[in-house]
Design a protein around this ligand. Structure first.
Ligand code: HEC
Length: 497
């Protein structure tokens, strides 16, 4: 009898906490009563960049209304300007190669400024400037990225609603000091929020569902992933070192106060991509990353395992990179609420658990190497492979309010050659692959036409003429500076794979 009461009390508690999760989600969806953002010094700065920009911006406000193009406003804009976009449908890719530009969507009731890719366009926003903010846009049906940043520092990407938009929903790459908050994303083929090779990033209050990976912190440092609601993805929250990238480390990541529920979606990642290899049904996955703290998350209903801490050997087909250290080291699992995970584990996990006379998948799984890992209270959970874990001394991360910096950081210094490489991989490679046809002809074909003639390429991309009947028109790349057009052309001629 007593036991029954205990179980009842537990179920009621679980239901209350669970309802809390759904309640939060509803609020996200209606954008009413959003939970207050944690207070940090930088947040005032962020507000200056986003919310209160109209009052504090140094430049003018350029208005864009239905029927006009956002890109035209970018061409006109000077650093400090706000581009205010009214409800309407905008079929375009917005390229931003300038600093200090704020994009501010105006949402009136259910009418959003909507960037519509019609399953034809690759990207909605591509920026490479510093101090860019992108707020309150609906972005749908793009093939590549919703919002992608290349090397831009001090960015704010907030209050956007990104639906079925390609490989990555929000993808800042090589950025420092950035905030991704209050976005809703769904239907993304790889990571919905993908923090790639960045430093000092907060990802908070986002709702991410129906994607392959919900939130991924990859080869990045000093990242706080907090108060997010991740459900119905194949994997909920990931902290990864992916081999083969120019930056080799991922450390100092806090994953805290998130709801990570029912991440059992069939994995629809593109064959060959790293995430396509992930077994569906895992709440939080740490692969090879170091100094990750997992605290006070609500992790439930993930059919393979609640938390998986793994080394590179976990993914059989992963490329070997002698320069990336493959083991997860100094991972701290503090107290988390874990319940009803592991209902349908993958074979290997099931086989492991059977040795413990349990047929369900574990709350927490460790696979492979790694040193210095710890857990607060191992007896609270069903676990596998944690024999080498010590008891964590740390009880809470409450001292860390934010990983954003107190002052905006200066632009990342990079040589024209580096920037041209990034532009090629960030922009051109969305449509041009080395030796296969994509949206545009293969790079190898272009190299044959323009051998020793980078200026020819630079001229073409400024004002492309439609040459091939069996291809669409190429969009002009005249938003790139003249210098960059020549540099990227030179780079394109050197690409070898
Ligand atoms: C949105 C897709 C898209 C993007 C992005 C794109 N291209 Fe293209 N590109 C095409 C298409 C489509 C064609 C074929 C156009 C035609 O033949 O009419 C093309 C053709 C070309 C050609 C061939 C010109 C010729 O004379 O045959 C060059 C050179 C080129 N692109 C360079 C670039 C560079 C450099 C970039 C990056 C800065 C880039 N493209 C970005 C789609 C794209």
């Amino acid at each position: 009898m007593k036991n029954i009461f205990k179980i009842l009390a537990f179920v009621v508690l679980a239901a209350v906490i669970f309802a809390g999760g759904i309640f939060t989600a509803k609020n996200f969806l209606t954008k009413k009563d959003l939970p207050p953002a944690p207070v940090s010094k930088f947040f005032d700065g962020a507000k200056e960049l986003s919310g209160s920009i109209a009052k504090t911006s140094t430049g003018k406000i350029i208005e864009v209304k239905n029927g006009q193009r956002i890109q035209d406003a970018v061409m006109e804009a000077k650093p400090g300007d706000v581009i205010r976009v009214y409800p309407g449908t905008y079929n375009e890719t917005v390229y931003v190669d300038k600093d200090n530009i704020s994009f501010q969507g105006v949402v009136k009731g259910n009418d959003w400024p909507t960037l519509e890719g019609d399953h034809k366009l690759n990207d909605a926003f591509l920026y490479s400037g510093n101090n860019i903010s992108i707020e309150s846009f609906k972005i749908q049906n793009y093939k590549g990225n919703g919002v992608m940043g290349q090397s831009g520092n001090n960015f704010v990407i907030s209050y956007n609603w990104i639906i079925n938009s390609g490989v990555y929903g929000i993808f800042p790459e090589f950025g420092k000091n950035g905030l991704v908050e209050h976005n809703i994303l769904t239907g993304i083929e790889d990571a919905a929020i993908y923090i790639g090779m960045c430093d000092n990033i907060d990802v908070r209050h986002n709702e991410v569902y129906g994607s392959v990976a919900g939130i991924e912190i990859e080869n990045s440092r000093h990242a706080l992933v907090e108060d997010n609601y991740c459900y119905d993805n194949s994997g909920g929250i990931l902290a990864f070192i992916t081999p083969g990238l120019p930056i080799k480390t991922c450390y100092d990541v806090i994953i805290r106060n998130n709801y990570v529920l029912n991440n059992n979606h069939v994995n629809f990642g593109a064959p060959g991509s790293i995430v396509s290899m992930l077994p569906a049904g895992t709440g939080i996955i740490v692969m090879a990353a170091d100094d990750v703290i997992i605290e006070n998350n609500f992790i439930s209903g993930n059919d393979n395992a609640g938390i998986a801490i793994v080394d590179h050997k976990f993914l059989a087909d992963i490329a070997v990179d002698p320069e990336s250290e493959p083991n997860p080291d100094r991972i701290s699992i503090l107290d988390n609420f874990m319940y009803n995970n592991g209902n349908n584990p993958i074979k290997a996990v099931k086989a492991g658990m059977l040795t413990k006379l349990d047929s369900k998948g574990p709350d927490i799984l460790h696979y492979g190497g790694g040193t210095g890992n710890c857990i607060r209270d191992v007896n609270r959970y069903r676990s596998f492979g944690l024999e080498t874990y010590s008891r964590c001394e740390l009880t809470s991360t409450s001292k860390v309010v934010s990983y954003l910096l107190n002052e905006p950081v200066p632009p990342r210094t990079s040589t024209p050659a580096e920037r041209s490489r990034l532009t090629y991989y960030g922009v051109c490679s969305g449509c041009h692959a080395y030796n296969v046809r994509m949206v545009g002809p293969p790079t190898i074909t272009i190299q044959a036409i323009y051998k020793d003639n980078p200026k020819g390429i630079a001229d073409y991309i400024t004002k492309p003429v439609h040459k091939r009947k069996d291809y669409p028109e190429m969009p002009p790349q005249n938003y790139l500076s003249e210098e960059m057009r020549i540099e990227v052309a030179k780079f394109m001629l050197t690409v070898q794979k």
